[in-house]
Design a protein around this ligand. Structure first.
Ligand SMILES: [Zn+2]
Length: 149
């Protein structure tokens, strides 16, 4: 990193710590020529995922919106906030792995349904989903899950 004072390109890191809730690393550096100190930040390069809505408009993916819609859908179900959180995390992991820049909102809904479905099959205390809805997961998404996009 080039020193902002003397433009020398060699330095040593004197301190390194996580900041901004672990989303950045802050480093204190000391120039090897002039001994002055400066700070650099290292961030993960963020490529905002775009959600393609039903009307073909796109909107940046917003984790809070997805969380909110699952929370509303699960309002009367015994699904803990932690489970909802991990569902969203899992979905984000899959999207990350696919390295997609866009995702249709319907696919997002499908991913949520898949996870709720798996959960329902393994849960014993949960009331069964009505057959009419089970027959068509697309309509379940349309009627039960408030679509954030
Ligand atoms: Zn310097």
């Amino acid at each position: 990193m080039r020193c902002p004072f003397c433009h020398h390109s060699e330095d040593r890191v004197v301190d390194s710590r996580a900041s901004r809730e672990g989303r950045a690393v802050r480093r204190r550096r000391e120039c090897l020529r002039c001994d002055r100190r400066f700070t650099t930040y290292e961030y993960i390069e963020e490529r905002p995922l775009q959600v393609v809505k039903r009307d073909s408009e796109t909107e940046p993916y917003d984790r809070r919106k997805l969380l909110r819609s699952i929370q509303i859908a699960c309002a009367k179900r015994p699904v803990s906030p932690t489970e909802i959180d991990s569902m969203v995390e899992d979905i984000e992991r899959v999207l990350d792995r696919q390295d997609a820049s866009e995702v249709p909102s319907g696919i997002l809904g499908h991913m949520v349904m898949e996870r709720l479905k798996t959960r329902d099959h393994t849960s014993t205390c949960h009331p069964p989903i009505p057959f009419s809805l089970r027959s068509s997961w697309a309509s379940w998404w349309a009627f039960c899950l408030p679509r954030p996009w």
